[in-house]
Design a protein around this ligand. Structure first.
Ligand code: ATP
Ligand code: MG
Length: 882
């Protein structure tokens, strides 16, 4: 049975049992920056286990079934080692949100596995396990299904509780006992100590399906012991490994021989000339596994990077490249496997087919980059390992240098060292890494320097007074007291005119740079004095530093000042809210793979970077722009409130991956939308307009690439948008004036001018041709050597076609060897007589370039090239004739 058929049967079976079939969710977890990748079918559905209403397509569904793309970084080391672990794999699942429970889950699993209408597996080969205390599940298996007791095992919380070991070790939250179904592939697959599930180290008893009975809320200290409070709503969460079942049904040794993997394995064998020999061919397996994970992740919008998800796939790609290298593949080859992956998976995951061209390109660039240094790094590592005595470990500093200079991820170095029997000092690696980060931090701008040196002052200040109170969500002006004045690493009691200081206030309306929004500028005033604030930053602890210059009077610690933010901040707010709307519009128009990858919000413009594999079309840009403007004209209120992070995520607020959020977060939302189902709701600490109408207008200025897979939009809002549009209109008018027509006639006039230009070009061309003709008509004196007549012609202002024509002409007029030069090019032509005499144009031409410089070649009667010195060529021709 083909893998696609198993997938379809599963989903159809559970549809028949009242489940809603949902497409796979993205590999990038929505709204959960703490998770790297979706690693199980239940992960994207978590909110519904916790009580959120499962509404899909406007209807409530308490039963759902999916085939979910999963990526488990933790299984990297198992790949190639076991025959049942992948990094990227597909998990089939059926889920109940407070609907059916253990009995149905177990009976249906059994029916699906054993009924000949469905998978028809031999019941005698199926074994099951339950959690040690779960008498209920045990009884269902024994009495209702009829599994003999010797094939039902009871295990502890490590094996049969989910999450594994949660009772003792945490985490808190929804959890429960589980029951696993194993298939016995027979002694040939096992080790002698493998006598049942969870024994031995072979592949005989394969776990194919895990049924999790989510019935408790684990609470208590971590580590435990925790207490298990029954959940008001009991859930079912199951996960079946598609490829494991496929391997069994296709009766192949390991799943690399199933129809999903073998086409890739075959390509690897073809490219490398090394056949696949099952377990022995670890490199084939690693490559096949990793390229699938890389293609899947890139198709969902991940881009290669040095941190987070992007680094995971970079590591996978580099590891695969190194295994290719072991097979003798020294040129980029992984991108050639990407279409095979898309071919195998694209029917079910159309995004893999749609994004293929961009994915191939990204892989190719990444391969080229790493291959440049791979060989050097391998040599260096080889030399280092050869210098080690048995039992020694590779020093961490060296591992770091390999990382820093050759791009070797740590786990790659560890893997190669282990193959030669050595360890790696990974702690030393981390230390070297931190030292380097420290150095580059120290080398950063002057401002940072201040932060560091005055750290002590700030730390004391914070301990005494706490963080600065921010008042700027509403007002632009407020009174505050000066807590400290910092200059360099000095803390000053006062600052006179002309002094540049960082002013720390107890409360302030100035927004400190963060979340893409620039720091506020403005001024401070007090009786008899005034200071200009250039920008505002804040320390990690939340003390606001106003970078200021005293203009008049003396500013003293303890002074009450009036802090006045420049009204340009209102323009910044327009751009900030517009950024949120843009983000929502991009996702609505382009799809949910769009993720913010950076942003800048300033009074005069906004810049927004996001993941998307290719350039946006003019139509897409227009739709996005229009959607944002519809939000604006609808004049919806913009509101914000604080809430626990968990709650914000559950409500679907957009969070940024890699951002650190506290327990309590601020959620900014626009109360309304021009498009049903699309909303703008983001975790954000920035300042915003009160109603969308304040934004006024929104125009996209340009769209461009930042790096592979990341696009950048620049746009303007409010007055800046008006100015931008006005500027364009003015240019148009100026152009019309230059061309002395009304604006309406501009296009017509331009067409006419272009037409005239083309006419003129044609005239020039024909004049040139006539000149050449005239030139050719002139008698060319042919000379003779060894019975061969030869002639040289020089033409000016012509192309190669004309040179060739001239050479033909010359041969027609009796030359045996014709050389025509012009415009930096040269053509050499032989008569049939010369060829019969043994001459060959290519050889002759090369002989010519040896004397006259340039390059080129040809064969038979014709050769051509460029860069020859005409004078030398003229002289050399008779010399090289026989
Ligand atoms: P194992 O102990 O074999 O690693 P697991 O306990 O981690 O499995 P679950 O988290 O219960 O597995 O996942 C549910 C099902 O998904 C498993 O029964 C298995 O069939 C499949 N599965 C889990 N990990 C992988 C993997 N790395 N590659 C392929 N299939 C997997
Ligand atoms: Mg596992």
């Amino acid at each position: 049975m083909r893998t696609a058929e198993i997938r379809e049967k599963y989903l159809a079976f559970f549809e028949g049992k009242g489940h809603l079939r949902l497409p796979s969710f993205s590999l990038i977890p929505e709204n959960d920056p703490s998770l790297l990748f979706t690693s199980a079918g239940m992960a994207p559905l978590k909110p519904y286990f916790l009580g959120a209403k499962p509404i899909f397509g406007g209807k409530e569904w308490r039963r759902v079934t999916t085939c979910q793309k999963c990526l488990r970084v933790g299984d990297i080391e198992n790949v190639g080692r076991t025959g049942r672990h992948n990094t990227f794999f597909e998990m089939l699942g059926n889920f109940s949100f407070g609907d059916y429970f253990k009995k149905e889950a177990i009976l249906w699993a059994w029916e699906f596995l054993t009924d000949p209408k469905w998978l028809g597996l031999d019941p005698e080969r199926l074994w099951v396990t339950v959690y040690e205390d779960d008498d209920e599940a045990y009884a269902i298996w024994r009495d209702l299904v009829g599994v003999p007791e010797e094939r039902i095992g009871r295990f502890g919380e490590e094996e049969n509780y989910w999450p594994g070991g949660a009772i003792t070790h945490g985490p808190n939250g929804p959890s429960g006992p589980c029951s696993e179904i194993f298939y016995d592939r027979g002694p040939a697959f096992g080790t002698p100590d493998e006598t049942g599930p969870n024994t031995g180290s072979g592949d005989r008893f394969v776990e194919i399906w895990n049924l999790v009975f989510t019935q408790y809320d684990r609470q208590g200290p971590i580590p435990g012991p925790g207490i298990l409070k029954p959940l008001p709503q009991k859930n079912i969460d199951t996960g079946m490994g598609l490829y494991r079942v496929a391997a069994i049904l296709q009766d192949v040794e390991d799943f690399y021989r199933t129809d999903t993997f073998y086409p890739i394995i075959e390509r690897v064998a073809l490219y490398s000339g090394k056949p696949y020999q099952g377990k022995a061919s670890v490199s084939h397996r690693v490559i096949a596994d990793h390229i699938r994970a890389v293609v899947a992740a890139l198709s969902d919008g991940v881009v290669f990077a040095n941190t987070g998800r992007g680094y995971v796939i970079r590591r996978l790609l580099r590891r695969a490249l190194r295994h290719g290298y072991l097979l003798g593949l020294q040129e980029p080859f992984l991108h050639r496997l990407a279409p095979v992956v898309a071919e195998v998976l694209g029917d079910f995951y159309p995004e893999m087919r749609e994004n293929l061209p961009a994915v191939e390109r990204q892989i190719r660039l990444e391969e080229e980059r790493f291959l440049e240094t791979l060989e050097g790094g391998l040599k260096r590592l080889d030399a280092l390992l050869s210098g080690l005595k048995p039992g020694e470990a590779l020093p961490g500093g060296e591992a770091f240098r390999l990382y820093d200079t050759y791009g070797f991820p740590l786990d790659l170095t560890v893997e190669i060292a282990a193959e030669r029997g050595f360890g790696v000092d990974t702690e030393g690696f981390q230390k070297a890494m931190e030292e380097q980060q420290e150095r580059s931090r120290a080398a950063m701008a002057f401002e940072r320097e201040i932060f560091k040196k005055s750290a002590q002052v700030l730390e004391e200040l914070y301990a005494e007074k706490g963080a600065t109170e921010f008042l700027g969500y509403g007002a632009l002006e407020a009174e505050g007291t000066v807590l400290a004045l910092l200059a360099g690493d000095q803390s000053l009691p006062e600052a006179g005119p002309g002094t540049e200081v960082q002013v720390v206030l107890d409360r302030t309306p100035f927004y400190a740079e963060g979340g893409g929004q620039i720091g506020d500028f403005g001024h401070l005033e007090w009786p008899g004095g005034r200071a200009k604030v250039e920008t505002t930053q804040k320390t990690e602890r939340g003390l606001f530093l106003h970078k200021a210059k005293v203009e008049e009077g003396v500013l003293r610690v303890g002074e009450r000042v009036r802090a006045v933010v420049d009204p340009a901040r209102r323009d910044t707010e327009r751009h900030h809210t517009a950024t949120h709307l843009l983000h929502a519009a991009l996702r609505a128009v382009l799809g949910p793979h769009v993720r913010q990858a950076g942003s800048l919000v300033a009074p005069d413009r906004l810049r927004f970077d996001f993941t998307h594999p290719e350039a946006l079309t003019p139509e897409e840009l227009e739709r996005i722009e229009l959607l944002v403007n519809r939000w604006i004209v609808a004049d919806f209120p913009v509101t914000w409130r604080y809430m626990p992070l968990e709650e914000a995520k559950r409500e679907g607020a957009m969070a940024l991956f890699g951002e650190k959020y506290g327990e309590v977060v601020r959620v900014v939302r626009v109360e309304g939308s021009p498009l049903p189902g699309v909303e703008s709701k983001e975790l954000c600490g920035g300042t915003h307009v009160r109603r969308t109408g304040e934004i006024g207008a929104f125009l996209i200025q340009k769209e461009e690439a930042v790096s592979a897979g990341v696009r950048r939009l620049e746009a303007v809002a409010g007055e800046a948008a008006i100015r931008f549009a006005r500027g364009g209109l003015n240019r148009l008018r100026a152009l019309a004036e230059r061309l002395s027509v009304g604006e309406a006639a501009l296009e017509e006039r331009l067409e006419k001018l272009l037409h005239e230009l083309r006419q003129k070009e044609k005239e020039v061309e024909s004049l040139k041709a006539r000149l050449v003709q005239a030139e050719l008509k002139k008698e060319v004196a042919l000379a003779e050597k060894g019975g061969l007549r030869y002639g040289v012609v020089e033409l000016s202002g012509v192309d190669v076609a004309a040179l060739r024509q001239a050479a033909d002409d010359l041969v027609q007029r009796g030359a045996d060897v014709a050389l025509v030069l012009g415009g930096g090019q040269a053509v050499l032509k032989l008569s049939p007589r010369a060829q019969e005499g043994g001459l060959e144009a290519g050889a002759l031409f090369r002989a010519l370039t040896e004397r006259a410089g340039g390059r080129g070649g040809g064969r038979g009667a014709l050769a051509q090239g460029a860069g020859l010195d005409p004078e030398k060529a003229r002289q050399a021709l008779p010399e090289i004739l026989p």
